[in-house]
Design a binder for this molecule. Sequence first.
Ligand SMILES: Nc1ncnc2c1ncn2[C@@H]1O[C@H](COP(=O)(O)OP(=O)(O)OP(=O)(O)O)[C@@H](O)[C@H]1O
Ligand SMILES: [Mg+2]
Length: 279
Amino acid sequence: MSAAMEVVGVATAQRTGKMAKGVAVHIEGVTKVYETRQGDEILALERTDLTIEPSEFVAVVGPSGCGKSTLLGLIAGLIPATSGRILLDGAEVTRPHPQTGVVFQSDLLLQWRTVTENILLPIEIKRRHTADYLPRVEQLLEQVGLQGFDSKYPTELSGGMRQRVAICRALVQQPGLLLMDEPFGALDALTREQMIMDLQAMWLSAGNTVLFITHGIEEAIFLADRVIVMSPRPGRVDLSLKIDIERPRRWKDHIDPRFVDYVAQVRKIFEAKGVLTER
Ligand SMILES: Nc1ncnc2c1ncn2[C@@H]1O[C@H](COP(=O)(O)OP(=O)(O)OP(=O)(O)O)[C@@H](O)[C@H]1O
Ligand SMILES: [Mg+2]
């Protein structure tokens, strides 16, 4: 079976719910207030309610500073909520969940470790046998086009390659929930396009739940089942837009009239909020 056929087959299985092994996320009345060192309070996230279905791909778009990374940090169990609660498969998040993989805004690779050693870090932290995961590492590297790079060091890689390694590190433990914070923000246009296509293929075969944060309206619409639009600080969910375009999506779908209409809907909200203005 060709890779393309496999992806189509998986997409069908997913729609019929056969592959659902993603984690369900429930965000209930969550707010976040940071206290600055001067003792001031900053409301970063207004009361937020959001449900993400198992195996759903949700993208969050919003202007800089609107609380996107805060939301991700809360779900990841890395920062405590000021009020409300977050449930993963019904269990309240109080610390990082073993089923969660995170790709941060910068790659955060350890310079003194090889590509393989970086990818195996979450396995080591869980004190599992790293040798058991070597075939998985090989498979992931092949999936992202980095076969043969296993014993290189991060300094020997380009920015795009490093970000791919960071994605492999988040995927090595086959997380039921993948949280990605602007993972392609620092990439050139061509690498970004390739990574968007690779991410779609990986998600279609893995069937995990994904929360993907981005500044890019088109990137969000292309990848997601649902796009959440956040308003400027204090962050709040302004719109939840279901994207009804069949999968696997192809790059030419960018000119599909439905796609163009979704882009216009999101831009309209940003224009109304003064985030985007015609000059
Ligand atoms: N540790 C912190 N202490 C105080 N304020 C913070 C802290 N982290 C974030 N903030 C503030 O909370 C708000 C939301 O920040 P956050 O990083 O979540 O935004 P963002 O949407 O991810 O922005 P960007 O798109 O630029 O990454 C900002 O006003 C920021 O200054
Ligand atoms: Mg951020």
